[in-house]
Design a protein around this ligand. Structure first.
Ligand SMILES: [Fe+2]
Length: 252
């Protein structure tokens, strides 16, 4: 099974401001019709209704093979000020119509999707790492939260999960130790929870590509830059018997 990881699309209100983003998505749609698409948040630039509308129009063709999670810009103006109204909009205008199999706002539980192809079983786990807070700096750096961590631990502990290859994705950066405004406040608890228990971790937020192999007992940890207008994105190929492969593939 093949996946493409992109991130931080930052859809704007006006069509003319989204030309790079729509060109990138059209390229992916045309060249990779069999790939699943994972978008690690900041799909809208500040959570305005018209931005989510534009995003849905561009993402609808991927229906059935698209998996998303929210970023700080989806839930708040300038990515710094949490707004419940904008957060709910992410679910009503994207998560639900794009059939994510769950919603992100409020309940603080991971959204899980199970994919099967022959003997291959893949579990996709999406987290909402936005902190529902009034403090602008806390919000930009993000948090998984105790409740969501507990659910994640329960999912990973369940004997049912053992037969699945696990791909975990979220928006915020889990380990930039020198940048407190970028790192999740509970990054250490997250890494402890997933140690040796997931196969791939994907995130965005910082707009810089990154790749770590066999760190924290995880085969591949990948950071995506802001994909619109970029030359390449990462492709992840998961098979039943072979090690997971990660490649750079053209997106323009
Ligand atoms: Fe972000």
């Amino acid at each position: 099974m093949k996946f493409i990881h992109i991130s931080d699309l930052h859809f704007h209100m006006h069509e003319e401001d989204n030309s790079q983003t729509t060109a990138t998505l059209k390229y992916i749609e045309r060249h990779y019709p069999q790939h699943n698409l994972i978008i690690t948040g900041d799909i809208a630039d500040d959570g305005h209704e018209e931005q989510f509308h534009r995003a849905f129009e561009a993402l609808e063709p991927f229906q059935g093979r698209i998996f998303i999670c929210p970023g700080n810009h989806d839930f708040g103006a300038a990515g710094n000020f949490y707004s419940q109204e904008r957060a709910e909009r992410f679910d009503t205008m994207l998560s639900i119509p794009l059939k994510q199999g769950g919603t992100f706002t409020g309940d603080q539980t991971p959204v899980v999707n199970l994919l099967r192809e022959g003997d291959l079983k893949i579990m996709l786990i999406a987290l909402d790492t936005n902190l529902e807070t009034d403090h602008p700096f806390d919000f930009a750096c993000g948090e998984v939260g105790e409740r969501q961590l507990r659910f994640l631990d329960t999912i990973l502990s369940d004997p049912f999960s053992q037969a699945f290859k696990k791909l975990l994705f979220f928006h915020h950066h889990p380990f930039i130790h020198h940048d407190p405004l970028m790192e999740l406040t509970d990054a250490r608890q997250l890494m402890r929870t997933i140690y040796n228990r997931v196969d791939v971790v994907l995130f965005g937020h910082k707009h810089v590509m990154g790749r770590w192999e066999n760190v924290n007992g995880i085969a591949h940890i990948l950071a995506s830059d802001n994909s619109p207008g970029k030359d390449f994105a990462r492709e992840i190929i998961i098979t039943q018997d072979q090690p997971i492969a990660v490649n750079d593939i053209a997106i323009s």
